[in-house]
Design a protein around this ligand. Structure first.
Ligand SMILES: *Cc1c(COP(=O)(O)O)cnc(C)c1O
Length: 369
């Protein structure tokens, strides 16, 4: 008897991840830009991190301390970056698990200095500038430069590794030659005040890659923190219309088993109220259709709208916590109960599926790492 496979399954092709990392790091490297691989989008699966390192990333980053601990334990020699500005309550773990963190508060950096001093450790910080996206970072660049000086001359256990910015996250502001030039100028001003070059001028994340491809990233930006663009090239294609040459979008595959196939009306019968999530969806009456249910749901992928079908004629109709509702009428070969269907995932679905304990992760091509 063969081993039971526990669906839903998420297949992760490590060879494809390595390829994607290789394409991005090689292109950026030719332009003087180093890439830290961000693995928070796949729950920091260590093997995904290894694939990124093999593909040329110079370090690994995540936003969460529990994931950071796992990375540090599995890959002790690797340069690690904590991307979410740290909580005061996690400083002790931070200085032990992470080489570098992004920061924007003097209080927090002083706490890092104090913790490092008593533990005999050293920690690197990147000061964040807010160039308009209105998430983390200084809007007051004079205050930022003053803090840079303070770190340099008064905090022996904190190393100012550089400055950075984050764009396209809250305010949906695009990275441009203009706003990144502002960052480079700020770096030069801080370097003048501390009397040495900064190691990193970190010009953003995946959302900076389209500008890089257009040749618009100004000289002086020497680092990017890239997750999505390596893990899941689809968003660059769909939202930015800028596929990254050589990067494939299907490193992750969701596989779900069909548990029901029946003819059903396409318009619900009875009085329409709200669905399981308190929303009132819009239903289209297309008459009687052949519907299938696959055993995967919002709890695993967030929403059916963050999945893409691979089979011709298959349509995603809806989802509840544990069920995915499909229209299979137009498929050449309709699935039967027990068949397994494969889907591509957008970033949010990848994020939820990798973090879900009820989704079985299957690593492909792990021998090579
Ligand atoms: C998530 C994050 C990144 C990486 O974002 P991607 O879109 O996955 O490339 C980079 N920097 C910060 C501060 C982040 O929070």
């Amino acid at each position: 008897m063969s081993e039971t496979i526990h669906y839903p399954v998420l297949e992760i092709d490590l060879q494809k991840l390595e390829n994607n990392a290789e394409k991005v790091t090689a292109y950026a490297g030719e332009r003087g830009i180093e890439i830290t691989g961000v693995i928070k989008g796949c729950n920091s699966i260590v093997e995904a991190g290894k694939a990124m390192l093999k593909g040329g990333c110079s370090g690994l980053a995540t936003s969460r301390m529990d994931q950071m601990k796992r990375i540090r334990e599995a890959l002790p020699g690797v340069e690690t970056w904590l991307l979410r500005i740290p909580m005061l309550s996690e400083i002790e773990e931070l200085i032990r698990c992470s080489t570098i963190s992004l920061n924007s508060e003097e209080t927090t950096i002083r706490a890092i200095e104090a913790a490092c001093a008593s533990a005999g450790l050293q920690h690197g910080v990147i000061l964040m500038a807010d160039l308009g996206d209105l998430r983390e970072g200084f809007r007051d660049f004079e205050a930022m430069a003053a803090l840079a000086e303070e770190i340099e001359f008064e905090m022996p256990h904190v190393t100012l590794e550089g400055i950075g910015t984050n764009l396209g996250c809250y305010g949906s502001i695009s990275p441009t030659t203009e706003n990144l030039t502002e960052l480079v100028e700020l770096a030069r001003a801080i370097e003048a005040r501390i009397g040495r070059p900064l190691r990193y001028v970190s010009g953003g994340a995946t959302t900076t890659l389209p500008l890089l491809l257009k040749g618009g990233v100004p000289e002086g930006i020497n680092h990017l923190r890239v997750g999505e663009g390596i893990l899941n090239g689809r968003d660059l294609m769909v939202f930015w219309n800028t596929p990254f040459p050589g990067v494939v979008a299907d490193a992750f595959t969701l596989k779900a088993q069909v548990v029901e196939v029946k003819e059903k009306p396409s318009y619900p019968i009875g009085e329409i109220f709200v669905d399981a999530f308190g929303e009132v969806p819009v239903y289209h009456d297309e008459g009687i259709r052949i519907r299938a249910i696959a055993a995967v749901g919002k709890q695993d992928v967030g929403s059916h709208e963050k999945l893409l079908v691979r089979d011709e004629g298959l349509r995603l109709i809806g989802s509840s916590s544990d069920h995915l509702i499909l229209d299979v009428t137009d498929m050449k070969v309709r699935p039967q109960v027990g068949d397994v269907l494969s889907f591509d995932l957008y970033y949010p679905a990848m994020l939820y599926a990798t973090g879900s304990a009820s989704v079985e992760k299957v690593l492909l091509n792990s021998e090579a790492l």
